[in-house]
Design a protein around this ligand. Structure first.
Ligand code: GCW
Length: 617
């Protein structure tokens, strides 16, 4: 019988889960198949599931037991046999970053308000507990509860004003092995401590952080560390004091070290006040330019948190070259399941195949252990949860949360199998439902890509909201996200003759991307500036390919919606309708994207669609 808090949680979940599946489990053995839990002391996450007699044995530390129980329940719910499983997670840090504000809003949140903050304070209630269970059931072990843009009352989290609330929250999370992380502001010594500087080399500043950490970490034993957005989009950082990113991160790393704390330092540092006439600055280069030269200068409790692509969570970007560059610094990949640029949980867009591709990507720097998955030491995603009844706004968006959890445990997990399992666990095992849902999920990324910005160019969405089409919306703005389309050409040249971004990759990859012929077509307009009559491999012109994609993307979105409609009567009515309403919006929006992008290009180029379809709505 498990003795620790985590072990007991595992036992509780097993009983709850079995009962929910219609079994009538008993705590002691009184004949019949048995599930035995053998707990050893320790905090490792390893788990062993083995068949014994006509039952099962689960062996692990409290944590291991918890993950083992959820694995077992999953397999039983899938109608499979008792699984044999010996596993430990690929990364010790597997977290969700929440962009929740202390006023209860969520930056880029599409599933209602925050469940971490109410009335300016952190809260802990039944939902927090369910959240912790949800996290553990997907294999995740940490969450950062507040927005990286630290504002308002959230600033005070560090100062100890909400110590009692945080302690309760942390304790509730820890029951399910979920650690608490906090986003902090680099200039907290000024904002909270009344100092006149936040210079990381200033003795007073160092002392302030040390004392602050002593108070906070002593009060909240389950606090794992801090997440920091510095020198990024107006946030304060070491650059204000002519210090490097390493000097800034290390000062914080020293302050949290006595408590086993870690610093997750974001690499999203770029010039966000670019003039569109400036042809030299290329935002795609920024992360690498700022961090590559600092490799090896960071303390070992610093993790560089790197967005999966060089720009910002677009539907198609190359893998960030910084992920292939760091050899002596721990790195952490940052995905986003919040779908900020991928349909905002109103469109279905299953991102797990894309994440898997990125994790599998070979950087061609060394012969072995060269994939992104091998090079990183930690993994996170910007969360897609909120206070909505179904947690994720769009019911199908929950597949991204589940899938992200499974991939972060095992980066070689199969996205199609994850989709299938998720469908059965969510909607039951009617084969028609499983087939339809899995098919929709697996097609959804390509469909979304087709009707939105073409071939890796990104950013044709409405500024501010980042939803819906506006091909010139970002063009004369300060964010460095230009397509520079004229009536002749479109795209930014990122080869050596252009911004030189391609040269940030290993020689082999630089060569691949530099040459238009070898550059993967889906990324053609990310890397190259091309005339509209450029011939694609299948003989179509670039422009015709874009027209076709937009017509097809809309048709395919409609086909997904139609296949959902056929599930009427096979799912519970409320869920069916909720998703149906989202599909109506997706199809409407896909038509808008198709018409706006095609019309814009038609007017720019005056080249008609070869198939003579109506371009003006
Ligand atoms: O893309 C931008 C988002 C911001 C976000 C920022 C970041 C939290 O539009 O809302 O700020 O990325 O990742 O820091």
């Amino acid at each position: 019988m498990p003795a620790t808090r985590l072990g007991k949680a595992a036992m509780r979940e097993l009983l709850v889960g079995l009962k929910a599946m219609g079994a009538a489990p008993e705590r002691s053995s009184s004949g019949g198949p048995s599930i035995r839990m053998t707990e050893y002391l320790g905090s490792d996450e390893k788990v062993t599931l083995r068949r014994s007699g006509d039952g099962m044995e689960i062996v692990g530390s409290g944590r291991g037991l918890l993950y083992g129980v959820f694995h077992l329940l999953r397999h039983l719910a899938l109608g499979e046999e008792y699984p044999e499983w010996e596993s430990s997670p690929a990364y010790p840090i597997r977290i969700l970053d929440h962009w929740d504000n202390s006023d209860g809003s969520i930056e880029r949140g599409y599933a209602g308000l925050s469940f971490f903050f109410q009335d300016g304070k952190p809260v802990c209630n039944e939902r927090t507990k369910d959240y912790a269970r949800l996290m553990a059931s997907c294999g995740l072990n940490g969450c950062c509860i507040n927005n990286v843009n630290v504002r308002g009352n959230a600033l005070k989290l560090l100062g100890g004003s909400y110590k009692r609330e945080l302690k309760r929250l942390a304790s509730c999370l820890s029951e399910y092995g979920v650690s608490l992380w906090l986003s902090v502001s680099f200039s907290a010594p000024m904002e909270l401590g009344g100092l006149d500087t936040a210079d990381p080399l200033d003795e007073g500043v160092k002392q302030w952080w040390k004392e602050t950490c002593l108070h906070l970490f002593t009060a909240i034993p389950n606090l794992a560390g801090f997440l920091v957005k510095a020198d990024s989009e107006g946030r304060p950082g070491p650059h204000s004091y002519q210090r490097t990113q390493a000097e800034g991160a290390n000062m914080l790393a020293d302050a949290v070290r006595p408590f086993g704390g870690k610093i997750l330092w974001r690499c999203f540092v770029y010039n966000c006040t670019q003039d569109w006439r400036d042809l030299k600055t290329d935002r795609a280069r920024a992360q690498y330019d700022h961090f590559a030269g600092l490799d090896g200068q960071f303390r070992d409790n610093v993790y560089l948190q790197i967005k999966n692509g060089p720009v910002d969570f677009q539907i198609r970007e190359p893998v960030s070259p910084l992920l292939g560059r760091l050899e002596h610094t721990s790195s952490m990949i940052e995905f986003q399941i919040a779908q900020e640029y991928t349909g905002q949980q109103r469109h279905v867009c299953y991102l797990i195949p894309m994440f898997r591709e990125i994790l599998d990507f070979r950087h061609r720097v060394r012969p072995e252990k060269d994939r992104t998955a091998d090079r990183i030491s930690a993994i996170c995603a910007v969360s897609n949860t909120g206070n909505d009844y179904n947690w994720t706004g769009h019911d199908l968006a929950a597949a991204n949360l589940f899938g992200f959890g499974l991939l972060s445990w095992d980066p070689s997990a199969d996205p199609a199998e994850i989709a299938r399992q998720w469908s059965i666990l969510t909607f039951g095992d009617d084969p028609e439902v499983t087939e339809t849902v899995t098919d929709i999920l697996l097609r959804s990324r390509d469909v979304y890509e087709k009707y939105t910005a073409p071939l890796g160019i990104g950013w044709m969405c409405v500024p501010e909201t980042h939803y819906g089409p506006s091909p010139d919306g970002f063009e004369y703005d300060r964010w460095g996200t230009y397509h520079r389309a004229t009536h002749r050409e479109i795209g930014v040249e990122r080869g050596p003759e252009g911004t030189g971004y391609t040269e940030q990759y290993s020689p082999e990859l630089a060569e691949l991307y530099r040459n238009i012929e070898s550059c993967p077509e889906e990324l053609l307009l990310f890397f190259h500036r091309l005339p509209y009559d450029y011939r694609m491999k299948d003989g179509r012109t670039l422009l015709q390919r874009i027209y076709d994609d937009h017509f097809e993307g809309y048709e395919e979105a409609k086909a997904m919606a139609d296949s959902w409609d056929k599930l009427e009567g096979k799912l519970d009515e409320e869920t069916f309708r909720r998703v149906q309403v989202r599909f109506l919006e997706q199809v409407r929006s896909a038509a808008e994207w198709r018409d706006v992008i095609n019309t814009w290009l038609h007017r720019l180029t005056l080249i008609p669609d070869e198939k003579g379809r109506t371009i003006y709505p």
